[in-house]
Design a protein. Sequence first.
Lengths: 397, 184
Amino acid sequence: MIVKVSDNIISPLGMNTAENYAAVKAGRSELKRRDGLWNLPEPFTASLMNREVVNEIAAQKSIDDRYTFFEKMIILSAVKALEQTDIDPSSDKVLFVLSTTKGNVFLLDKRETGFPQERVLLGVAARQMTDYFHNPNAPIVVSNACISGVCAQIQAMRELEGFADNGACPVDPNGKRQSHKFDYVVVVGCDVQSAFIVSGFQSFKALSVEPCKPFDANRTGLNLGDAAATIIYTRKDTITDNDWVACRGAIRNDANHISGPSRTGEGSYRALKAVLGDMNPEKLAFINTHGTATLYNDEMESVAIERAGLAQVPVNGLKGYYGHTMGAAGILETILSMQAIDDNNILATKGFETLGVTHPLVLSNENKPTNKRAFIKLLSGFGGCNAALLMAKGGVS
Amino acid sequence: MMKHEVYITPNEVKVDEKVLSHNENGSALLTELYRTHVGDYPKFFKMDTLSKLGFVASELLLQAEGAPRFEPREDRAVIFFNRSASLQADTAYQATIQDPDNFFPSPAAFVYTLPNIVTGEIAIRNKYFGETSFIVLEDCDKNIMARELQNAFQDPMTKSILGGWLDCTDENHFAAKLYLIYKS
């Protein structure tokens, strides 16, 4: 089975998982209105890193100004997750998977001259990280819009289950068991906000100028946020009650529209069904939704959850604390959901007040106790893509 | 098991190793291929070059496969790889915000600044409800692509994959090498 080894979150709410969880549990957020930032003509609300603080902490790890801010974030988050383990990141049994949508896109701005133009390529940016760790494997970059963070974890599960490069059978004709190609996968997700991303979402009229209100009747759009998050996974034959097991993941398309969610929640519904399998939904503590607080996304998720027969399962969303952290979101929200269950807690949906979706969902703006040990992380994104991941402490039978 | 393969560059088109004749080059070649071999999907003209390339290549591939088209299905995944992600669309969008005195960010341009949009275009066209994924690599590495595609069959729903390399840096620099593979 595939289990979590360690994790890290770097965000405006803290530089490690524990700080972030404590801040979220206490209801804190760094979502603030920004007027005139990056010379953008319209104000926006975002959760942004203090770059000087990151620069200072990164420099202590020899992550200096050779690296862009995006590269500093991914390397620092990976360093902090690796520090908790005895994994040798320079081993060829360790693979790095990066989840990002826009990486170093700010380098396209003609006013940016400090770095070679090729660093705008996601594979080249990811290579800065693997070179830092002297890792010999080509990094894999998952760039699947807003679902990238869950896709990258599914990627990690598959890499750890998989065998040789050519996909050969696990048992050769002589009955000899082949060895797995990788023993550890370091999954790092990150996006850093810029004029490029903010203006694009503004052009879509997708942003709220106030802190976002997921699933609320008065929701008006999403907020954006900076973050990096890392989970390290490995393979284990025998698991204990305290192991966090990545049980099943699925990616499904709406086959409906490239920038609008499906009215029938098609892809999310199918992804939910796929990861649920024959598991009793009663075992689920909650579904951690995408919950961007756009009109259409939250409505779509309510349809998909209802169709999947999961309307009785509590749901929550964490965008009211961090905004939409894009490539980091699926990883950051999975980590906080694991932390919450470790703490017997269902995190509050900050910003939510009055249910504003067609299908009734079990939602709260207060933390609620639970003794259940499994959850589903759900995401959806442009391109009609949707992803779900079933995580269970101690695994599911 | 690989059954069909399509190869498109700005001046060459091959379907299952057979060269397809054409008059145009560059992005005009993609429009020519659309007009000659597809013709019934005007959304094509709204797409960025990466999506046009993926769309036309997938159409030629599926015509070569010869199976019934447009039946809703969840058992076929669309998984592409490239080096440049959505670089052409990114550059085009950046041009709309570069000058503060001529600032005109366009949602139609912004939506293509994600490489996986092309996988969605193909899913919509073909009613594919299965997995769609986009993976960016530093270089076109056949071993990695083979590994990832084989790994994708770990999803028990996936029985075939429309996948391969799909890269575009501008209207005159692109390459598609797409194939259909089936679960063995």
